[in-house]
Design a protein around this ligand. Structure first.
Ligand SMILES: C[S@@+](CC[C@H](N)C(=O)[O-])C[C@H]1O[C@@H](n2cnc3c(N)ncnc32)[C@H](O)[C@@H]1O
Length: 496
């Protein structure tokens, strides 16, 4: 392995261990896991008992708005009056960052990271900044050809490159341009806008994949928290920060370590016994692989249990129209559509997902995740459609379905089944094609992740179709039982 990478790890680890108040267990080590596409990670060198403190990060070592010298240099910018509570996973105002120059915890941390990066050797965090990645595999950085591999995944619409560009233009660049003497130390060449854009994207992606919400989870201490500069007391919002070493932990849906947020320090502890050679893993939450890819730039087999797929209402509506409204005029159809959309609760698409138990207190999962039903809201919207059809287009079938529960259920299930099939056809390749592609093993890393995401969505669509078919079979056997009972001789029926 190249010496620069190893040297970076060595310098970072020594720097971390020398921090006042930091601890680092002698039986763990930061390792080069690039061979399995996981960058750096932390491995146990010997068996470690449950509840062992693996490492401790003093809060003074966290890189954030409260610790960086940038806050004292441009205090006005750090007045959080305009904070809209941007979280770990989303980049600032969704509804047009360009409309406001007020900062939020997300944009402030981007500014802090740019500032510290530009200070070079003078930054307190230099050995740490040196091990943060310069490039990312998140779809934000994919070419149009690479993005096209996601096919019909709803992830494509969530990449958010344009929103991120707007946010950088409105909130990051103007601050740097207005305070160039602060950001560019003497002797350091100024960066042009294109270079600053690239740097801001890099720091935004670093925050997305590395930053922590600095909550204080000591619930007995709520009152004291109000004066704690680490925790914003307004509406329970927290501060975003970069936590050296805690963010060297990779993660999976089954994990063996947890970061506790204490008053003076954050500690990583073992949730269960960890064997020598095992990787120490944190948890990013029950995320579908698509979301893991969007935020962190990787996918794992264990996260596929949380995969989701979106079913657009348009597809269900088209199937319903084919069943109840073939004779409608264009204007009747428009009115039905409008009426359904006029409802405050109208949803443009529905997220299908499996039921899955949470990981237990030791970070382990038991039992399979299963597709156990369609979203209740989809059923409600179907009823709203029938109501609109009855009212506007005088649909006889809709009127009958409104009063006949079995007929209504069958109509619903048939329409949803056809919509699920139509949804599957929106992907350019079939599930079987994709499995063959995976097996052939000649995909690039990004292609493989895209194929994994679309396979996950197609598998879920198939599971949803099987569930609907079972429901339809059940409905039919119920109906034939009722018919048989109705046809049976009265005396026999009484005995039953
Ligand atoms: C908080 S960092 C963890 C440390 C990181 N591996 C590094 O070298 O700096 C999160 C990043 O690590 C990688 N990562 C985390 N868990 C992973 C896993 N289970 N498999 C592959 N990569 C993983 C992803 O690139 C992710 O964006």
């Amino acid at each position: 392995m190249d010496s620069g990478f190893a040297e970076g790890t060595r310098r970072f680890t020594s720097w971390f261990q020398a921090l006042p108040g930091a601890t680092f267990h002698p039986d763990i080590v930061v390792e080069d896991l690039r061979g399995r596409g996981a960058g750096r990670g932390i491995i146990a060198k010997a068996d470690i008992p449950a509840d062992t403190v693996l490492f401790t990060i003093p809060r003074s070592a966290i890189l954030c708005a409260a610790t960086s010298a940038l806050r004292d240099k441009i205090p006005d910018v750090f007045d959080l009056e305009g904070d809209h509570g941007a979280g770990h996973s989303d980049s600032g105002d969704e509804d047009g960052a360009a409309s406001s120059s007020s900062q939020d915890s997300w944009t402030l941390l981007i500014l802090v990271l740019i500032y510290e990066h530009l200070q070079g050797e003078a930054s307190r965090w230099r050995p740490y900044l040196d091990v943060l990645p310069p490039t990312f595999d998140t779809p934000m950085f994919w070419s149009p050809t690479e993005l096209s591999e996601l096919q019909a995944s709803a992830l494509v619409a969530k990449v958010g490159r344009a929103e991120a560009d707007r946010m950088i233009e409105a909130k990051v660049l103007p601050v740097i341009r207005a305070h160039e003497e602060v950001f560019f130390p003497p002797g350091r060449a100024k960066l042009d806008d294109a270079q600053l854009f690239e740097l801001a994207h890099r720091m935004g992606s670093t925050i997305m994949a590395y930053a922590f919400d600095l909550e204080n989870d000591d619930s007995d201490n709520d009152e004291a928290d109000e004066d704690d500069e680490w925790v914003e007391d307004r509406e329970g919002r927290t501060m975003l920060g970069m936590v050296p070493m805690a963010d060297m932990l990779n993660a999976d849906a089954e994990f063996n370590a947890h970061i506790n947020h204490g008053d003076d320090a954050l500690t990583a502890t073992a949730l269960r016994p960890i064997r020598a050679g095992d990787e120490i893993l944190n948890y990013y939450g029950p995320l579908p692989n698509g979301e893991l890819l969007r935020r962190y730039g990787y996918v794992t087999p264990k996260h596929s249990r949380y995969d989701v797929v979106e079913l657009p209402w348009e597809l269900v509506e088209a199937e319903l129209k084919g069943r109840v409204g073939t004779h409608w005029t264009a204007s009747e159809w428009d009115k039905v559509r409008e009426l359904v959309r006029a409802d405050d609760d109208f949803e443009g698409s529905f997220v299908l997902e499996r039921s899955s138990a949470d990981p237990d207190s030791t970070g382990q999962l038991s039992g399979d995740a299963v597709f156990a039903g369609l979203p209740d809201e989809l059923g409600e919207q179907f009823k709203a459609f029938l109501k609109a059809a009855k009212k506007v287009a005088n649909s006889e079938i809709a009127a009958r379905a409104a009063s006949d529960k079995e007929m209504r259920k069958e109509l619903y299930l048939q329409a949803v089944l056809a919509a699920l099939q139509a949804r599957e056809r929106q992907y350019a390749t079939s599930l079987e094609d994709d499995r063959q592609l995976m097996d052939a093993g000649n995909l690039t890393g990004r292609q493989e992740m895209a194929v994994c995401v679309r396979i996950g969505e197609k598998v879920l669509l198939r599971e949803a179709q099987s569930w609907v078919r079972r429901e339809l079979d059940e409905l039919q056997s119920q109906a034939s039982r009722t018919t048989r009972e109705d046809d049976a001789p009265a005396v026999k029926r009484r005995r039953v």
